[in-house]
Each structure stands twice: as C-alpha cells, then as structure tokens.
Write a protein that binds this ligand. Structure first.
Ligand code: SAH
Length: 370
C-alpha cells in the first residue's frame, strides 16, 4: 500500500512531467490487473423521485423545480433489451431514494430482466432496508453501488442529513451488509466538496482498500444551483486554504491512485468527468487507470430530468448515439470492448480463496457469475 505521504504528494503535485509518472504507473497497473478490455455498463436512470435532502444533489426532495418521473417496468425492460442488443454485459438501474420503488415491484423487475436478457444487474438505489437488499439479491441482482461520498464523517453528516426520526446514516456499515449478502460492492466519492481536504482524499483511498471494493467510482463535485452546497462552494472558493479543487486534474489523480491502491477493482471513467471535458475526459480517465464506461440508456425525455448536477454530459443523446460514440472512443485508444458481464477480479479471487490473510465472508454462489 502506498504511504499516506506519497498519496498526499501526488494529490498536491502540479508539475505535469512529474505527474506523467503517476499516469504511467496507473495505466500499467490497470493493464496488468484487468487488461485492455473496457466493459460497458448500460445506465438506466429509472426514477428521479427522492425523499432525501442531500446538500449536493439536484434530485433532493427540496428541489421543487424538477419534473419528477418514474419509468414503468415495460420501459425499463425495453432499455435492458437495448443493452443486450448493443452487446453490453450489464445494466445499472439508478434512482433517487424513492419509496415508490417498492420491494416487490423491484424484485419482479429484476427477475424479469434476468429472465429476458441474462445481463448482470447493478442497483444504485440509495440507502434501502437490508431486508429489501436481501430480496433483490435473491431475485438476481448482482452488484450494488453506494458511494460513501467522503470518509470524513463530520463532512458527510453535514452534506447528507439523516431523515427526521431515523438513526444516523451509516453507509459504510451498509456496504459491509451488501458484501455479506453476496453483492459485488461498489462505492466512491465526490472530489472537491466544499470543506474537503487532501487528507480526506487520502483517507478515502485507504477506505477503498479497507473495504476491498469491487467497483470504485470517483467524480468531481459539480454545484447544482438549487442545492445548499452551491452557495457554499462560492464562499469557499476553489483551491484556497487547503480546499480540494473539483477539477478535472484532481479527478484523474483520484482515478489513478484508486487503481494503485485497488489494482483489481472495476473503475469507471465517469459522466461527471466527461461533463468537465466532453472532448477527451472519458478517454483520459481510461488512460489513467479506468476500465469501465457507462453509456446512458435512459430515454432522452426522462434523461433531461435526471439532473443530479447541471449540464450533464450527453443529456440529449439517444442510446443509439451513446452506443456508437463509446465504441469509437474505445477503439481509438487501441483498447477493446469487453465481452460478458465483466465481473470484478476482486470477487473472482475472493470466491476462489486467492485473497488470503484476511478474514472474509464468502459470497453466495450464483449460477451465471463466473
Ligand atoms: N440516490 C442514489 C444514487 C443517485 S446519486 C444514491 O444516493 O446512492 C449518484 C451519485 O451521484 C451520488 O452518489 C453522488 O456521488 C453523485 N452526485 C450527486 N450530486 C452530485 C453533484 N452535485 N456533483 C457530482 N456528483 C454528484
């Protein structure tokens, strides 16, 4: 494991020639661990309803300006079938924290997607009850994404208030439960949250390692005008007083360092990164440690309303356009589109007992995973 001092050194490095060393190391680590395949995960933003009041997110319940939608099961299935047709191995079903997505409705949908497409299914539905997560796993969901957003607990509590009458949020505890339930587990952070320091980012990387994550998603914090953090980010300024900037460069550094601390993880080059640099952000992410892209399958009429942050990349494209664009981008880099579900090496090794020395909970065996 890289020492904290070295991580802090990279995070604050500004010399471009020196940084080349980091990019090369991350790219080598990526090639050695997960190879040249770039796996495509078709993203379906199934609902933008949300009961939470997160200070960073445009979907927060307090945002009355947003037109709310929830896709029907038929619409979602048709997107999943498109994913199959495009050759993607996985669909990611993401939403705000929406009680309208009930345990039974979701379980039936998961079963139907599995039955019709056989694709790997990733869920990203926020903090749901363990009993719901268990049922969805039983129904065929393979993976769960839940970013812990920052390992700085005080900062997390400020930007992610608990719901009234509910106990303090413990996303890290929930990630451990997800592992116990046999999910492949993904998490990650936002970069440049007002009040976030370089030491916080170094600690985030240590936590990625400690949780032995299968998937790591990092992206720049992008202020949304209808959220409290937008005002705060103006006050804090960018890059002053040890504040981490929410920059493209800082995002590449975090992708590269994530690859070095968790070589076997699946790491996407995220949409938030593409939003900062639509021309080359995705490619640069792939060249600095990432091995996953997430083309958007959400129908454009809904996509415009999934406004986590403003001016999201590819907001008006159709699934067809996204598909062609991603494939071209991958081939231009001399990489190839991965075939099959693209399970995390971490899970495969864990199941085979190769990662020894640490006490582990064995994932539940599942027919089509390997
Ligand atoms: N409700 C689910 C999933 C939707 S949000 C959940 O909370 O997990 C998915 C991710 O988008 C969040 O985890 C957060 O890291 C990111 N996000 C939210 N608002 C953002 C913003 N303003 N800028 C950048 N990323 C943001």
């Amino acid at each position: 494991m890289i020492a904290r001092e070295e991580i802090l050194g990279w995070l604050t490095e500004v010399n471009e020639d020196t940084l080349e060393g980091l990019w090369t190391r991350a790219d080598d680590a990526r090639r050695n661990a997960v190879g040249d395949d770039v796996h495509l995960r078709g993203l379906i933003e199934i609902s933008n309803h949300c009961v939470r009041m997160c200070h960073y997110c445009g979907l927060r319940a307090g945002n009355r300006d947003l037109t709310r939608y929830r896709m029907t099961a038929v619409e979602i299935l048709s997107c999943a079938n498109a994913a199959l047709q495009y050759g993607y191995g996985t669909v990611v079903l993401q939403a705000g924290e929406d009680p309208g997505i009930t345990r039974e409705w979701m379980a039936a949908l998961i079963r139907q997607i599995k039955h019709e497409t056989g694709l790997a299914i990733t869920l990203s539905l926020g903090e749901r009850r363990i009993e719901e997560l268990a049922v969805w796993r039983e129904s065929g969901a393979d993976r769960y994404l839940l970013r812990f957003e920052t390992s700085n607990i005080d900062l997390f509590r400020q930007i992610h208030p608990s719901r009234t009458g509910q106990t303090e949020v413990d996303r890290i505890g929930l990630l451990k439960e997800l592992r116990r339930l046999g999910y492949e587990v993904g998490s990650g952070v936002m970069i440049g949250i007002p009040g976030q320091t370089y030491l916080d980012l170094a600690n985030d990387l240590y936590l990625f390692r400690e949780l032995d994550l299968d998937m790591i998603g990092v992206g720049p914090f992008i202020p949304h005008p209808e959220t409290p953090l937008a005002t705060q980010s103006k006050l804090v300024g960018n890059g002053s007083h040890g504040q981490v900037p929410n920059s493209e460069l800082m995002t590449y550094k975090m992708i590269a360092l994530s690859r070095l601390v968790c070589p076997n993880a699946n790491i996407p080059s995220t949409t938030a990164l593409a939003t900062l640099n639509i021309k080359g952000g995705r490619e640069m992410g792939l060249q600095r440690g990432a091995n996953i892209l997430m083309p958007n399958l959400t129908p454009p009429r809904y996509r415009v309303h999934y406004e986590i942050y403003p001016a999201k990349a590819c907001i008006r494209e159709t699934a067809e356009q996204c598909h062609g664009c991603m494939r071209r981008r991958i081939e231009m880099l001399g990489r190839k589109v991965g075939i099959g579900p693209g399970n995390a090496l971490t899970t495969i090794r864990r199941a085979n007992g190769i990662l020894s020395g640490r006490k582990r909970l064995t994932p539940k065996p599942s027919g089509n995973r390997f």
